[in-house]
Design a protein around this ligand. Sequence first.
Ligand SMILES: NC(=O)c1ccc[n+]([C@@H]2O[C@H](COP(=O)([O-])OP(=O)(O)OC[C@H]3O[C@@H](n4cnc5c(N)ncnc54)[C@H](O)[C@@H]3O)[C@@H](O)[C@H]2O)c1
Length: 373
Amino acid sequence: MIRLGIIGCGRISDLHAQAYLDHPGATITAVADTDPGNLATRGAAWGVPESARHQDYRDLLARSDVDAVEVLVPHHLHAPITLDAMNAGKHVSLQKPMALSMDDATTMVKAGHDLGVTFKVFENFVFYPPVVRARELIENGEIGELLSIRVKSNPGWSPTAWDVPAAASAWRIDEAKCGGGPLVFDDGHHKFAIAWYFLGLADRVHAFIGSTMDGLLDAPSMVSWTHPDGQVGSLEVVYSPDLQLHTEQYAQDDRVEITGTRGVIWITRGHGRMLDVPPVILYRDGETRGFSDMPTGWETSFLNSGRHFVDALLGGTAPSLTGEEGRDVLSFALAAQESSRTGGPVSLASGDRRPVGPLPGREPGQPRETGLG
Ligand SMILES: NC(=O)c1ccc[n+]([C@@H]2O[C@H](COP(=O)([O-])OP(=O)(O)OC[C@H]3O[C@@H](n4cnc5c(N)ncnc54)[C@H](O)[C@@H]3O)[C@@H](O)[C@H]2O)c1
């Protein structure tokens, strides 16, 4: 049984907790949040007794009935809280982006290894069933060799979107706390992770990051990149204030198009749903095939990623993303920020590049080193 402590009981924590409440090998034993309201509401909802609800996360880390923590706080707190947790001997699952700088990311990766704790960077999009299905199709050779990836983030509005408290938006528009803008850096992490998941780490990134809503949103924006084997990729971010979307969480459409030497795959949804078409569409040999036999609710990406963390701890296997993989994706996201500032392309150090791991949830062959000892 893995006994979890959740640090940060804000907007996204509901989807994380569900994975642990559902898992027969996990239990949530303690929670921490500086906000007494979030602490009380989530603590009660997840069945955590008042004595195990802490306003100071260090009190949670001092508990002997917590094996692992889920860190769900604003980005500038990721590195210090993660390092404190590792020093307290806890395994860590940390929401993306893992840090605001590569130096902090490297310190965290090293601390995880030195202290013998498992470190997962929580990137849910690579656990989203349509994304996983697209990669399976590609691994089966359906579209030949990959040539390019095109990602589009298109936020709009929705009458069914969930409530986002003002506090959850405030730190996202403060660059010192978020690390960049809410769409290209914060949400962009998912898009760079998708590109990385299919094609590995880029080697050159060039970005134009725009501004709208009096500087609150970093759109319209365009990020383009190349990969070492010659493939190209792009991320287009556009905010459409009057675009109505179907969603139960954030009002955003995410579309991906992957082109190969003999076919094309589209992933037609992410946070929300706009197009009334199958979640995955494959075109090859003059024919179009749609794939709808998979769950498509965005929450499934969290459930699968959370379960995967517990399974990795129980099985002694490496989680996805590992700290090193999280650092690769972070370098991609930071390169876009730097390119937009300097106006020129940014090269990613080849020393940062490593092969992309096996499909999460699939038998990886040999379990990788985890530090679980
Ligand atoms: N994977 C995704 O799709 C996705 C979606 C949303 C958020 N996130 C990530 O989840 C994390 C949290 O985002 P959110 O939207 O839930 O933000 P939020 O602001 O709603 O929640 C953050 C919580 O942390 C608490 N907090 C702040 N300082 C603290 C401290 N020192 N100790 C303990 N608690 C503290 C706040 O009171 C708040 O309850 C971020 O890393 C964000 O990028 C990921």
